[in-house]
Design a protein around this ligand. Structure first.
Ligand SMILES: Nc1ncnc2c1ncn2[C@@H]1O[C@H](COP(=O)(O)OP(=O)(O)OP(=O)(O)O)[C@@H](O)[C@H]1O
Length: 269
């Protein structure tokens, strides 16, 4: 078996609860992601999806088990990781161009080269005319384009995305999904994406695999291959029988976990 780019091996993460006691966020999670794979993680609200990402990013250590990237145990943030969250990471006092250049600058690249690189990415995400704008002058969709450029300008081999488009309206969201697929397919490196979403349609439209997590504490319940051809038309593909077939299978698996999670909330409430 080949060595995966990313691997969670029996990874468990516990957190201290504010009122005392321990909360197990994820339990014995096993996940392997190969170079060039696009994997979507879905699961009920609060089950532990972001926690799984935070282990891979090195922001949190596992309580038990281990996280490996390029066959090395993760201790601290591994090289070549890009992270995109639901909320923007733009700095309000910097222009679009300087926001995109700030990552390379932080990594020690000279100003001229960082700006040149950033200009290329600003253009690739369709914001060439807006490079001198400040974040507050942009729409939500345009800010997401900036965030994509900020993530991709570093040419990450591992792209972690935590509900990056969930705050957008449906049309802008579909546009961004298409943009992401285009940019990912054009990327120089064979980069892997792990994409957390609540939106099953989004997960199937984008991914090669949809991994379903159980209700809290999350473990891996099922792993579905999405054998839909690429390149994908994100609007049209949703209407195909093949898409609906996968959707039904994944939803059958996820629905049970959503019901367990709802029942748990009802008991706690
Ligand atoms: N740093 C932390 N300290 C304490 N508890 C935490 C911490 N991070 C996460 N948790 C808890 O772990 C559980 C899982 O959280 P996590 O954010 O991973 O879930 P999620 O599936 O990504 O949630 P959502 O679907 O709402 O985005 C939650 O109950 C959360 O409160």
């Amino acid at each position: 078996m080949s060595t995966p780019l990313i691997e969670l091996r029996n990874a468990t993460k516990r957190f201290p609860k504010t009122g005392g006691g321990i909360h197990t966020a994820i339990r014995e999670v096993n996940l392997r992601v190969e170079p060039g794979e696009f994997v979507a993680l879905v699961g009920p609200t609060g089950c532990g999806k972001s926690t799984a990402l935070s282990l891979i990013s090195g922001l949190q250590p596992a309580s038990e088990g281990e996280t490996r990237v390029r066959d090395q145990v993760v201790e601290g943030i591994p090289e070549g990781i890009g992270y995109m969250f639901q909320t923007d990471a733009t700095l309000p006092w910097l222009t679009v161009l300087d926001n995109v250049a700030s990552g390379p600058r932080y990594r020690g690249i000279g100003k001229a080269e960082a700006r040149e690189n950033a200009r290329d990415w600003v253009q690739r995400v369709g914001l060439a005319k807006f490079e001198g704008y400040y974040p507050h002058q942009l729409s939500g969709g345009m800010r997401k384009r900036v965030a994509l450029a900020q993530t991709l300008v570093n040419n990450p081999e591992i792209i972690l995305m935590d509900e990056p488009f969930s705050a957008l309206d449906v049309q802008t969201r579909q546009l961004m999904q298409a943009e992401l697929l285009r940019l990912w397919s054009e990327a120089e490196s064979d980069s892997a994406v792990i994409f957390v979403t609540h939106d099953l349609e989004e997960s199937i439209v984008l991914a090669d695999r949809v991994v379903v997590m159980t209700a809290s504490p999350a473990s891996i319940k099922a792993d579905f291959a999405v054998d839909l051809p690429r390149p994908r038309d994100v609007e049209e593909i949703r209407l195909t029988p093949e898409f609906l077939d996968i959707y039904r299978q994944v939803w059958d698996s996820l629905r049970e976990e959503v019901e367990v999670a709802r029942a748990a909330v009802a008991v706690a409430g």
